[in-house]
Structure formats: C-alpha cells, structure tokens
Unconditional design. Structure first.
Length: 410
C-alpha cells in the first residue's frame, strides 16, 4: 500500500503555536486566563485615561481570585505564592497596571500575618475572604511623612504617604506610621473609607497609569488601640528583627515586579505576532528575514527570562512554606534567585517592548493603538526599582557566597 502524502500547509494556512499560555491545570489560573481577553479589549484606552480599573477589580472579585493565598481555616484556598504570581504574569500580558495591583494586593493582605498577632489578623482574613476584599497599602518605607500620637485608647494620624499603589480601588488599607514622640513604626489595617482618609488619586507617572500610586493623606484619622497590629518596629528595614521570616516582604514585592516584567515581555511579543498575522499590509513582513531574526531573538530571550522567573517562583514557594522556620541561608538563596530573575526580566521586557514598536513600524506609531504603553510601564518600574542593587547582590553572592542582607530592594 502506497503512503498518502499530504500537502504541506503554507504559512497562511498553519495556525500559529500557542504563545505563553499557562501550562498549569490550576483552576484559578484558568479563571484568570479567561479574564485576559476582557481586560485586553480596552487596555489601551484605560491606560490613556488613567483612573481606576474598578471593573477589572470587580471581575477578579467575581471570579473568587482575591483570597487564594489565605489559609483554608479562614476561608481561603491555601494556594502558594506562585499561583498569585502566575496570575500577575498573565494579567500583565495585557494590562500591567492590573497585574501590579493584583500582586501587591496579596503583599498587603498576607503581610498582616508577619505581625504575629493571629487573634487580630485571622478575623480580618476571614472577613476579607468572605467579602473578597481588595487591599491597598500606605506603608511606604522610604517616606517619613505620616505621624501618629497616642490619645487615650486610640492613635490620631496626620500626614501622608506617597506611592500608595492600589489605594484608589481598595476596600481596606494596610497602613504604617511613625510615632510622633519615639519615631518607632506602628502598623494597622483600616477600611479605606475611614473618616479623615483622603485618597488623593494624583498619580501622574509615564506608565502604570491605573495603579493609583500617588498619595493618601490622613487628617486626624483615628486608629483604635485594638486595631494596631503588634508592637512597634524599627523604620530601617536593615534593623528589622533578626528572624529571617520577618524579612520576606521585599522578596514578595520584588517577585511581583519580576512577574509584571515577564508578563509585559510576553504580552509585547503576543501583540507583535497577532498584529503581523492580522494586518493585511504587514503580512509580507512575516517572510522578511530581518523581522524573523528580531522576533526570534526576542522570543528566545523572553523564554529564558520566563524560565528564570519560574525558578524564582519555586524558590519563593520553598522559602515561604518554611514559615517561622526559615533560615538565613534559605532566605538568601531565595533572594538571589529572585534578584537574578528580576534583573533579566526587566532588561528583556524593555527589549521586547522596544522590539514591538520597531517591528510594527508605522502600525505602532498610531496613538490609538497605545503600543507604547508596554515600554512605558516597564520603564517606570525600572526607574523606581533599580537593577543596580540586585546585580551587586548576585555578584557578591557569586564571589563569596554571602547572601543579601535584608533591605528594601532585597
């Protein structure tokens, strides 16, 4: 019997392979992936307008994605950090502002547990899980601009915090202030609508325009003594308590940004390919050797950044699973893995965002397309979160085995 030879399909007849789709069978990641086309539909318009992604937060709430990392005992799903960060990555493919807010929501929510006051935190977590609260923060560690004074059974807060990402769409806020007399830092959690709290919503950065990363002002805000979470802590992160588990917050924050970078790089490549495949005037570019080389190189580098980011996720899951038993060496290993992945992801995201514009040429120059947002959204993060510190830490560890000392960027 002679073999049947099927005709080889042409480039136009072949369906392109899946590009940076989630490989996990995790149902929560699948739910997030289903939201991606809805967020993509008006992402460019919302980026231009800035403001509040309230509808997108509502969809995350509707899909039950805002309590995944909480323990089952308080109504959560006991998912590892990697689940939330993979969702951050997916959302950032189309809207890095929402991806950023989603990741930082969990930093604020889970950060309450580091205060080691379960009698206060667990009821908050239970209520948050039940209502699917979205969390913002006003605990910027660089700004000594919010002060509180004790008055009887409560504190009164006056001042402001800058860079309060997520505050403009938050149900609850994780807050921190300096004691006006001692300079010690106190922490609490309050509803975003507390009297005297003014969400300025004045963020006007070149990128991440929907993150609400502007100021929150406090005008005589009352915080009751039973809302204060734990004893005072030093302001300087390098003077934090010696227990390594108390110093994981910077690793969580850096992991959020890392996966925003990876998601933007992936999203830029998806956008470039989809545009080239769909636009009749650009179909000839599919066969252009120069175009193939540029996109092939960017795809390879993005795959490498994704692999390193996945390794960092495993390191973070391992470190956070250790809880109070985390050792300094284990924390250091996770910090180096996250720093190395963060540096590469930032570089590759900038290259992919630039390559998108160069590859599409005049198609990318139309303001309505909003394709410059990929570059702007990465660049503003790399300005606020310099790679220099992380590169030095990785190099120091490579040469001496010395782990990074806990600090804001590490």
């Amino acid at each position: 019997m002679s073999a049947v030879i099927l005709p080889h399909p042409t480039l136009q007849e072949q369906a392109p392979p899946a590009l940076f789709e989630p490989e996990s069978a995790n149902p929560y990641i699948t739910r997030a992936a289903a939201l991606r086309p809805l967020f993509a539909r008006d992402a460019a318009e919302r980026d231009r307008a800035g403001g509040r992604p309230s509808a997108q937060i509502a969809l995350l709430r509707q899909e039950g994605l805002l309590a995944l990392l909480l323990p089952t005992a308080v109504g959560g799903e006991a998912q590892p950090w990697s689940t939330a960060l993979r969702i951050t990555r997916l959302l950032s493919q189309v809207d890095s502002s929402v991806g950023h807010l989603y990741g930082y929501h969990y930093v604020s929510l889970l950060g309450l547990g580091l205060r080691q006051v379960p009698a206060q935190v667990e009821p908050l977590w239970r209520r948050s899980a039940q209502a699917q609260w979205f969390w913002g923060n006003t605990a910027n560690s660089f700004s000594k601009s919010l002060f509180g004074r004790r008055e009887g059974d409560h504190f009164v807060l006056d001042g402001f915090r800058p860079f309060t990402s997520g505050s403009h769409v938050a149900d609850w806020l994780s807050i921190a202030w300096e004691d006006a007399d001692t300079g010690e830092r106190r922490a609490a959690a309050i509803e975003a609508g507390r009297e005297g709290v003014v969400i300025e919503d004045d963020w006007d950065g070149i990128g991440q325009r929907q993150t609400g990363s502007g100021r929150v002002s406090f005008h005589g805000v009352r915080v009751h003594a039973d809302e204060v979470l734990g004893p005072p802590a030093p302001l300087d992160p390098t003077r934090a308590p010696a227990e390594p588990w108390r110093t994981v917050t910077p690793l969580l924050q850096q992991s959020v940004l890392l996966n925003v970078f990876v998601g933007v790089a992936q999203g830029a490549l998806r956008t470039a390919r989809d545009t080239l495949l769909d636009a009749p005037a650009s179909r000839r570019l599919q066969h252009d050797p120069g175009m193939q080389r540029v996109l092939g190189e960017l795809w390879s580098r993005t795959r490498a950044a994704t692999a390193l980011a996945d390794r960092a996720l495993r390191a973070l899951d391992a470190a956070t699973a250790r809880g109070v038993h985390l050792t300094a060496e284990e924390r250091g290993d996770a910090a180096v893995a996250i720093a190395a992945a963060n540096v590469l992801a930032g570089e590759v995201a900038l290259q992919a965002a630039t390559g998108l514009i160069e590859a599409l040429g005049p198609l990318a120059a139309d303001r309505g397309a909003g394709l410059d947002r990929f570059w702007r959204n990465v660049r503003i993060h790399t300005l606020h979160n310099p790679a220099e510190y992380k590169v030095r830490n990785v190099g120091r560890h490579f040469l001496s085995g010395q782990p990074p000392a806990p600090g804001t960027f590490q």
